[in-house]
Design a protein. Structure first.
Lengths: 211, 428
């Protein structure tokens, strides 16, 4: 019975603390929180940072998605309430900008799809070239993974190979480096459009993961 | 599946590794480094001998293929681009050149290693020796080549212990404890006896050996200094003692004592010769060997009804042995790999034959590495990449070895039978 009593007491305390915490996060104790909290959508604010520009094209839609999800679930987010002042003045602007942003990002998404396809074709070529040159050592433990970073010239010549994550097994690491040494030049690189090469294929990371 | 993986990797680009393109490689096969070794400048006879020893050292690792001497291009200066491309046409990864320098009482080797793909020298080194030790000089050089190409310490300059049994015309056996280079050459006798010698074990500094000798009629463990030949029995008790194994710090020997009615593992502190009993079982406990850090021992026990491998954590006060072999009805004579990532042991397969097997700690299956009938007593090289063990051919015991990367070799049979090999630590 005693245990039971203490347990109930603890539960009550726990409930009170959690309730207080919840109310605090909800904004009950914050006198400056305006009633208009729910009006503007946090998604729009975040999108301001993600207006598609040349160099963030690829990340834009993904970043927006990632940010949008938690923000919608907890619109009373503390970060948000701090930003409120700024939001109120920019609310209208933000609404306009966001609709433009939506259009732009739709357009760029189509472009990105095309680009993604192209990237994956060349990526597949890189993978198969290295795979045909890679000699996996015998009698090494399973589940070994080694990551390399390659610097590649536009001609396809590999000018640098760096082990960025060792597998912990020297023979395995060596086999990865050796594979890259053997490849030396990716012959198809001259068919990659210049801007695509500059953005995607100058430096690449490769994971050797036979499991 | 592979394509899917690659695509998944692509989609994850922004979140993974610095936003760069991230590709995954999932297939590969086995192939060694291709190395061209030009005869070192100097006396042709010495040069050929050196070349031969180094070639064998490197091929034995399983990680090298050495270009046939006949195919070698007659070139000396190789810093120029044209020549590099010649070697590349031959499919070479590395080129080794060298020079033998004779001084008054010494013979030195200067050697260079060139990376054919990178088109540059990757190592320039010098080895010092004395004229009647060409073999040693060759081993040091091939270890240098091996290490600078693979990043792994070479074991050509390490030594082996083993027991040699010969029979005279009346078929009476005599036994010798032998010391030899890692390629089986350069044999020396450490001890001769009319009674069996078994279980040789190296001290970690390579200066002493422990072994079991039956010279007193029963099994006794002796320690012997290699240089002086000085030897003594380590435990004066009137009981059978066997399977000595030296702790990595050189301060203890683990032993099997038969004074309790059956075989039990003891640890002997060499400083004051105190014995500590480690196992207490109605069944046999024997064949102990230390972990590389010296905090655990492996041993073979029959407590489950069949010989299996157990591990004892020495850091605990009353350590309980943990069974670590489960596949099959016979697993014995285990030793750790140098990073403790797995164990090498004798395993009886379903066909009833005995093989050397490997089990990685993180894996729940074993890898059988040999295919003869009666493979026994494996000993692991200090870099963990090679194993030497005993085989039977036409009923004669001899030594064979393999590298984890797939090379297999036999040690040249000396007179009679050879068994119970023990690989030394790195020496020097």
């Amino acid at each position: 019975m005693i245990t039971n009593h203490r347990y109930l007491q603890a539960s009550l305390f726990s409930f009170c603390i959690h309730a207080a915490l919840f109310l605090y996060i909800y904004g009950t104790f914050d006198p400056t929180t305006p009633q208009t909290l729910m009006i503007s959508k946090p998604l729009q604010i975040e999108l301001k940072f993600d207006l598609p520009s040349q160099d963030v094209k690829k990340q834009a839609p993904i970043a927006a998605k990632v940010i949008a999800t938690p923000a919608e679930q907890t619109p009373q987010n503390i970060v948000y309430s701090k930003a409120t002042v700024a939001i109120q003045t920019q609310q209208n602007n933000a609404l306009i900008e966001s609709s433009i942003a939506n259009l732009l990002s739709e357009e760029s998404e189509i472009e990105i799809d095309k680009e993604k396809q192209e990237i994956s074709i060349y990526a597949q070529k890189i993978i198969s070239t290295i795979e045909s040159a890679w000699m996996k050592p015998r009698n090494i433990p399973e589940d070994l993974v080694a990551n390399l970073r390659l610097k590649i010239r536009s001609s396809g010549k590999i000018i640098g190979a760096e082990l960025i994550k060792s597998s912990g097994n020297i023979r395995f690491d060596n086999s990865a480096l050796q594979a890259v040494r053997r490849v030396e030049t990716f012959s198809f690189f001259n068919s990659i459009p210049k801007n695509l090469y500059e953005r995607e294929f100058q430096i690449i990371a490769i994971s050797f993961n036979p499991s | 599946m592979k394509k899917h993986l690659a695509l998944v990797a692509l989609l994850l680009v922004p979140t993974l590794s610095y936003g760069e393109l991230f590709l995954e490689i999932t297939k590969g096969s086995e192939d060694p480094y291709k190395v061209a070794m030009i005869l070192f400048e100097g006396k042709t006879k010495v040069s050929k001998q050196l070349n031969n020893i180094m070639r064998n050292d490197l091929i034995r690792t399983g990680e090298f293929s050495i270009l046939d001497e006949e195919l070698l291009l007659p070139v000396k200066i190789i810093d120029d681009e044209l020549v590099f491309s010649d070697w590349k046409l031959l499919g070479m990864d590395y080129l080794v050149t060298g020079k033998i320098v004779n001084a008054n009482n010494s013979i030195d080797i200067n050697y260079e290693i060139y990376d054919i793909h990178k088109k540059r020298k990757v190592r320039s080194s010098k080895v010092f020796g004395i004229p009647n030790q060409i073999r040693q000089l060759a081993h040091y050089t091939s270890d240098g080549i091996y290490e600078s190409i693979t990043g792994i310490k070479g074991i050509a300059a390490t030594k082996l212990l083993y027991v040699n049994e010969t029979k005279d015309s009346k078929l009476i056996s005599s036994y010798k404890l032998m010391l030899a280079d890692s390629d089986g050459a350069n044999e020396k006798i450490l001890l001769s006896s009319s009674e069996p010698i078994i279980s040789p074990s190296w001290s970690p500094d390579g200066k002493r050996v422990a072994y079991v000798s039956f010279e007193t009629g029963i099994a006794k463990v002796f320690i012997q200094e290699i240089a002086s030949g000085k030897r003594e029995a380590v435990v004066s008790k009137d009981t059978q003692i066997s399977s000595p194994s030296w702790s990595p710090d050189g301060k203890y020997l683990s032993l099997t004592l038969y004074q309790d009615g059956n075989a039990e593992i003891y640890i002997l502190r060499l400083r004051d010769r105190t014995l500590t009993r480690m196992t207490n079982q109605f069944s046999i406990d024997t064949e102990s060997s230390w972990s590389p850090k010296g905090n655990k021992i492996l041993f073979t026990s029959g407590r489950s009804g069949s010989p299996q491998i157990y591990e004892l954590d020495l850091r605990k006060l009353n350590p309980k042995a943990k069974r670590i072999s489960f596949e099959g009805t016979y697993n014995a004579k285990a030793s750790y790999l140098p990073k403790e990532e797995g164990i090498i042991f004798v395993h009886r397969s379903d066909d009833g034959l005995f093989h050397i097997a490997l089990k990685y700690k993180k894996e729940n299956f074993i890898r059988v590495l040999t295919e003869a009938k009666m493979d026994e007593s494996p000993s692991v090289a200090p870099n963990g990449n090679m194993v030497i063990y005993g085989i039977k051919e036409e009923n004669l015991s001899m030594l064979a070895g393999f590298s984890l990367s797939g090379a297999k070799f036999k040690l040249p049979a000396s007179n009679g039978e050879v068994r119970e090999p023990a690989w030394s630590n790195f020496l020097r």
